[in-house]
Every structure is written in C-alpha cells, then in structure tokens.
Design a protein around this ligand. Structure first.
Ligand SMILES: Cc1ncc(COP(=O)(O)O)c(C=O)c1O
Length: 357
C-alpha cells in the first residue's frame, strides 16, 4: 500500500511502536502465556500495569501529590455527568466554545443550576471568549481547552477565582499543564493518550465530598480513587495501550519536548494556509489550535473543495474532511502525526495551487 498520512480527529493515529506492543501483548501479556484480552485484572502483572500507568501520568504532567488519576469507561461524554454529580451544588458556569462544551453544559443543567458564562456561538465557535466576569460564588467554571471541531484552543492555564474544571480530551499531553490550577482535568484517551474505550480523570482529592446529593456508586469519583480504578472490570486493553502511549511520550522527552514538535507541525500547516491563495483558516489566529487545524477554500474558490479533497486523497491524505458544522477541511495533528505527514499535506496544497494557476 502507498504511504498514507492519517489526520483523523479521534480515534487517531498512534505511534507504530504502540501498535507493535499491543499486538505482542495480545499474543502474550508480559510473558504470562495469557493474552492481554484474557488476563484477569486481579493478577499482579495487571496491577503492576495499572500502577505504572498512574505513575506515568503523574510523572509526565508533574501532578501534585494531592491529586489522583483514575481510568474509566463511558467516554468523555459520561464525564460530563460525573462532573455535575460530583461538583455541582448551587451554581456552575460553562464556557461555551463548541459542541462538546454545550453537551457538557446540558448534562449539568439536567442536574442543577448551570449556565453558559460566555459563548462564541455568534461566530460559529471560531474564537475563545475573553473578558467575561466570573462570579465568586460558583461551584466551578468548566472549560474545554481544545475545541476539536472548530480548531480553537485555550493554550494557557487560567488563573481562575473559582474551582476550574477542564475537558482536555483533545490537547492533553501536547503541552505542560499546571495541574495545581485545576480541581479536575478529564478527557477521552482516544487522541493523544491512547485508544478509545478509556478516559483519564486527574482529580484533586480534597475537591470531592462537597455536594449534598446522593451520588450513585459508579458515578462517584471517590469509588474509583478508593479502588484504584478497579471497582469494576477496567478496560484492560485500552489502559494497556494508554500505558504504552505514555511510555512513548516519555521516550521522546516528555510533554515539553512533544510541545515543541507539535507547535512546529501546526506552524508549518498554518503558514501554508495563510500563504496559499486557495485556502483560508477558520479560527481566529490568536486562538488557533495546535492539534486540530481547520481550513476552507478561499472566498470565490469554494467550488474547488471536492476537487481538492480528491486530489489530497490521491496523495494518501486520510481524515481531512472538516466536521459538517464547519465544512472544509480539518487536519488533526495529534502527537503521533509527524512533521513529514504535515509536509506531505502542505506539498499537496502547493501542488494543487500550481495546478489551478
Ligand atoms: C473536546 C472533546 N470533549 C469530549 C468529547 C467526547 O468524547 P467521547 O466520544 O469519549 O465521549 C470529544 C470527542 O471528540 C472531544 O473532542
């Protein structure tokens, strides 16, 4: 097969070494003679994997001692409900920066008093709202740091006067994070942290236990902290692949090193979008995501969209169709996507421009 360049938004590309390790473990998990898919999660070999995975998260993100990391099923979408169940008592605010932020708010509004403190819906979520007042009496402010569909990103850790909760599904492990500024960071693993089927939640332990409602056992973060994410059968395959993905991040020099690589990839592609007369970016420049790069045909060139898509496909580009709510193209440059992949896309854009001259 000719070389392909995978820009899928998630599940997305993972490093080849991670695929190889997963195949090995499916055949024989750690020399036990048992497949990873059949290993009991109560064996010492599996418990060692859980411990190591937690330790890798703590090391890579420099997570303070008063935090714990849990791994659960249900996707980031179920975390929207966990957040409200565990933290919403009187009032919570959500920064409405896209579809995922809206879905998170919807779950909270079903549980209690939750509202959008600011929104960029007026411009199809092409920017991150700023300058809004944060009332001091909020239980928390919820943000979505990277808006996968629209290609906008909050690239700093806010100094927030109230507890801050972040969905970091699509930019975790792409930059160093000051975890101490958050009560909770959560996300689906299926972008930078591994395959689909598991979420990570980084929880400040003393932030829990402050709501008066009954929290169903499975929805209570304390259950999973107490049981080391093994209250019920954990998604062993997904956690194993996450473990290998984290080891790969560490082998590259950790998140600081990865951040430099990611920034270079994004700058390469944005530079071409800004230079090329056939394309334009959709997100405002200051809020451009380094993970999801969204662009459309330039004004007056819209009719070339299908032709470019076919042209790019012919060059091995996979997964560059934009989300239907934005249209155009989206290249997701998660950690395993290489500079070479990005340059192949840039070359396709340049060649297409030359073809149309
Ligand atoms: C920022 C963000 N939050 C939440 C989700 C939902 O994740 P899941 O499919 O794991 O429920 C996604 C999925 O792409 C996402 O990009």
């Amino acid at each position: 097969m000719d070389k392909v360049h995978v820009f899928n938004a998630g599940p997305c590309l993972l490093p080849q070494v991670v695929y190889d390790k997963a195949i090995e473990a499916i055949k024989d998990f750690k020399g036990t003679g048992v497949s990873l898919l059949s290993i009991s999660h109560r064996t010492k070999e599996w418990e060692a994997t859980m411990d190591e995975t937690r330790a890798l998260w703590k090391e890579l993100l420099n997570i303070p001692d008063d935090y714990e990391v849990v791994f659960l099923g249900g996707g980031a979408s179920l975390q929207f409900l966990y957040v409200a169940m565990n933290y919403l008592e009187k009032k919570a605010a959500y920064l409405e920066t896209g579809v995922w932020a809206k879905k998170a708010l919807k779950e909270a509004a079903g549980i209690g008093n939750a509202y959008a403190i600011a929104s960029s819906a007026d411009k199809n979520f092409s920017y991150i709202p700023k300058g809004y007042e944060i009332p001091k009496d909020l239980d928390y402010l919820h943000i979505t740091t990277n808006n996968t569909i629209y290609g906008t990103e909050i690239k700093e850790d806010y100094d927030c006067p109230v507890p801050l909760i972040a969905d970091m599904s699509s930019d975790i492990l792409s930059r160093p994070v000051d975890v101490s500024k958050y009560e909770l960071i959560y996300g689906g693993a299926q972008k930078n942290a591994g395959p689909a089927g598991v979420i990570f939640a980084i929880i400040k332990k003393d932030s829990l236990g402050k709501v008066s409602r009954y929290i169903p056992t499975m929805l209570d973060y304390r259950t999973h902290i107490d049981k080391g994410s093994m209250f019920n059968t954990p998604p062993v395959f997904s956690i194993y692949v996450m473990n290998e993905t984290l080891k790969w991040v560490k082998s590259l020099g950790g998140v600081e090193a990865i951040h430099k690589i990611d920034v270079r990839k994004a700058e390469t592609l944005y530079a071409e979008i800004d230079r090329n007369s056939l394309f334009r970016g959709t997100a405002v420049k200051e809020d451009r995501s380094i993970m999801n790069v969204c662009f459309v045909m330039a004004e007056g060139k819209e009719e070339l969209a299908d032709e470019f898509m076919a042209f790019a496909k012919g060059r091995g580009m996979i997964g560059i169709k934009g989300h239907r709510s934005v249209g155009g193209f989206r290249a997701s440059l998660y950690n395993a996507c290489t500079q070479e992949d990005v340059e192949a896309l840039v070359k396709a854009m340049q060649d297409f421009e030359n073809l149309k001259k």
